[in-house]
Design a binder for this molecule. Structure first.
Ligand code: MN
Ligand code: MN
Length: 325
């Protein structure tokens, strides 16, 4: 059997008509999953069932006491990364770190520990690469990875990987997390290109990740209460993805597992959003989102896609450390 990560002999057919809808679906799916999951973040499935029955509406609240439709760091950091990519016309580590730093100054409602540490380090020392730490394979660089998938669509695998890691390593630098990061980006890119056969290929990418590291084995015990440790997060995400059909069912499944529910919701949201497109997102969820956030997501989805090698014909631009864009 050939690995899903190996180049295919038959090129994947690119369907330009649905591409915009799938790109918008991915970005809106991220925001919707974040807003939906945040209400039940850090709750157990039992607590969720007791409080909400099945949690399926964007109502705000939760431990962050959010307004209905308010998003958290998952969406905000994605938008910050997207702005940095668009500003630089590509990938420049200092521009990205600076965008994260500006975001942190805005007093966000929530900040992950590893993210804060990386930004504080950048401010103090100007370093844009966190020291490698194999015990620090958190989900914080994957939750914000969508702008990479959009802006590097059509690029060679090496460029996609390089871009994904460049943004990740500003705050998170663990080889185990890099594996998961690259797999998720590839799943999204596969879905963006064309939806025919995409689901099967995406599941194959998840299985290939599990073959690379047994920590990502999602085929065994049901993952409830996923923590911020990326393998746990992705086990919940892949299980929900594998056993449901459609955007809404997938998201309801994953957030009702509790734990880091805004982040499982965000990651699965952009995965299934890329697969099914914006047209598959329930209207009640879209209209619950804050208008500014919804517009920013739609604008970036378009602009990042326009920057991609697939649509621009220009390779991914990596701006050297010494230069400013
Ligand atoms: Mn969050
Ligand atoms: Mn979270």
């Amino acid at each position: 059997m050939t690995s899903a990560l190996a180049p295919k002999t038959k090129p994947i057919y690119f369907d330009p008509d649905g591409l915009m809808d799938r790109a918008r679906g991915a970005y809106l799916g991220l925001a919707v999953g974040d807003a939906l999951g945040a209400t039940v973040e850090f709750m157990t499935p039992r607590e969720i069932a007791h409080t909400h029955g099945q949690h399926k509406d964007i109502t705000g609240g939760g431990w962050l006491n959010l307004k209905p439709g308010q998003v958290t760091d998952d969406t905000e950091m994605s938008l910050a990364l997207g702005r940095a990519i668009l500003f630089g016309g590509g990938f420049h580590d200092k521009t990205i770190a600076e965008a994260f730093s500006v975001w942190l100054k805005s007093k966000p409602v929530d900040v992950g520990h590893t993210v804060r540490r990386g930004i504080v380090r950048f401010r103090a020392a100007g370093t844009t690469q966190a020291p490698e730490d194999e015990y620090d394979a958190g989900n914080g660089a994957v939750m914000r990875a969508l702008p990479v998938a959009l802006s590097t669509l059509g690029a060679p695998h090496e460029d996609v990987t390089r871009a994904a890691k460049l943004q990740a390593h500003v705050t998170h630098n663990a080889p185990l997390a890099d594996l998961g990061l690259v797999a998720v980006v590839r799943m999204v890119q596969r879905a963006l290109l064309n939806s025919g056969g995409a689901y099967r290929d995406m599941i194959a990418i998840a299985h290939a990740l599990h073959e690379e590291s047994g920590k990502y084995d999602f085929t065994k015990k049901a993952q409830i209460n996923p923590s911020g440790f990326l393998p746990e997060t992705l086990r919940a995400v892949f299980q929900a993805f594998a056993r449901t059909d459609g955007f809404e069912a997938a998201l309801i499944d994953v957030v009702n597992r509790g734990g880091d529910a805004d982040t499982t919701g965000a990651i699965l949201g952009f995965i299934v959003g890329a697969l099914h497109g914006a047209k598959a997102i329930p209207r009640r969820w879209l209209s619950a989102l804050e208008v500014d956030v919804r517009n920013a997501c739609e604008d970036q989805a378009l602009q990042l896609l326009e920057l991609s090698p697939l649509l621009s014909g220009v390779p991914v631009r990596f701006i050297p450390n010494s230069a400013t864009p």
